[in-house]
Ligand binder design. Structure first.
Ligand SMILES: Nc1ncnc2c1ncn2[C@@H]1O[C@H](COP(=O)(O)OP(=O)(O)OP(=O)(O)O)[C@@H](O)[C@H]1O
Ligand SMILES: [Mg+2]
Ligand SMILES: [Zn+2]
Length: 315
């Protein structure tokens, strides 16, 4: 032991870490605020090479325990922990970005709108709807969406006025704002035809597919639980079985209504058309009434010049 110390001590310049070594003479012993005995020793900083003093408390049997904190001077220690924090933050930020981007791909936003946000929308075409949707997305309480209002964007005369674009912009904006409030994706985007197609598909699943893929109940449960559900093109589903469509929509709207969770809807129907599609009376499932209440009685009207026509003219 002694030989080992003699060999290494000069090189370590007393940076002897957690190793014990013989205490200096008792005359050098000092006493701290709580009466604990210590020696003040000089160390060479492993970072900058400068000398610094650190306390070494008495340990057992006359040996001392080096509290020289891994051999870094206070300045270097501080710099190192600041760098550690910076690195951790950078890593956490990178994880957030990666997660957001993976959700942008998996939350149901169609490929065509994957990169269409508010910044790509010409406001002058739909100034009121634009402002409402932007405000809606900016204020959406990701960590506590209960009680936040719903939003319906509709046009019953013109197609291509930017309803889907704005609905996707809301999804994009919320994903960009997400910074870990929820462990799962805060937005689910689905068009009504795609929703019913995916539900119907489950009925033809093989035994193996049933084991592996989400069931109709899983799909509906996700639509009920997600902080923000966006249903595009409500009313587009071919209504061959109106009861089935209304029952399914009712499960979703009633589930979200009871949980006080918002939905964003786009439609090519006005309130009368939506009522007859969704069911709004006691005789059928009263989804429309719930949606109307969730929107606080206001739908956003988006008729006007079709942007699609404008795009078609650009060669
Ligand atoms: N104000 C706008 N600024 C920029 N692009 C727009 C604007 N409005 C619509 N677009 C673009 O025009 C195309 C049609 O818009 P979108 O699909 O959002 O219309 P829509 O109202 O949902 O149509 P539909 O009624 O057929 O569902 C899209 O490519 C969209 O990005
Ligand atoms: Mg659309
Ligand atoms: Zn240093």
């Amino acid at each position: 032991m002694g030989e080992w110390m003699d060999k290494w001590l000069p090189e370590m310049k007393r940076n002897d870490g957690q190793n014990s070594r013989q205490a200096p003479p008792a005359s050098q012993l000092l006493s701290d605020e709580q009466g604990r005995k210590y020696y003040e020793l000089t160390f060479k900083c492993l970072g900058c090479g400068g000398e610094f003093k650190a306390r070494n408390y008495i340990f057992i049997n006359g040996y001392i325990w080096n509290t020289g904190k891994a051999g870094y001077c206070p300045e270097c220690s501080e710099k190192r922990s600041a760098k550690f924090e910076r690195d951790e933050k950078e890593k956490a930020d990178a994880d957030l970005i990666e997660k957001r981007e993976s959700w942008r791909e998996s939350c149901g936003i169609p490929l065509k709108y994957r990169f269409k946000g508010f910044q790509h929308f010409e406001q002058s075409y739909q100034p009121k709807a634009f402002m409402m949707c932007q405000d809606y997305a900016q204020k959406f309480p990701i960590d506590n969406p209960q009680g936040y209002p719903s939003l319906v964007l509709y046009s019953d005369h013109t197609w291509g006025t930017g309803k889907t674009h704005l609905a996707c912009s809301i999804a994009h904006h919320i994903l960009s704002r997400w910074s870990g409030e929820t462990g799962t994706c805060p937005v689910k985007f689905v068009s009504e035809p795609v929703l019913f197609e995916s539900i119907r598909e489950t009925y033809n699943f093989s035994f193996q597919e049933k084991e592996q893929l989400p069931s109709a109940k899983n799909i509906i449960d996700l639509c009920i639980r997600v902080p923000l559900l966006i249903i595009d093109d409500l009313g587009k589903e071919e209504v061959s079985d109106l009861r089935f469509v209304q029952r399914t929509l009712f499960s979703i709207f009633d589930g979200r209504y009871n949980a006080e969770l918002p939905v964003v809807v786009t439609a090519n129907l006005n309130d009368v058309g939506l009522r007859s599609h969704m069911g709004g009376n006691a005789g059928n499932e009263a989804s429309f009434n719930r949606l109307f209440e969730m929107c606080k009685g206001e739908f956003v009207h988006m008729d006007g010049q079709s942007y699609r026509d404008k795009l078609a003219r650009v060669k």
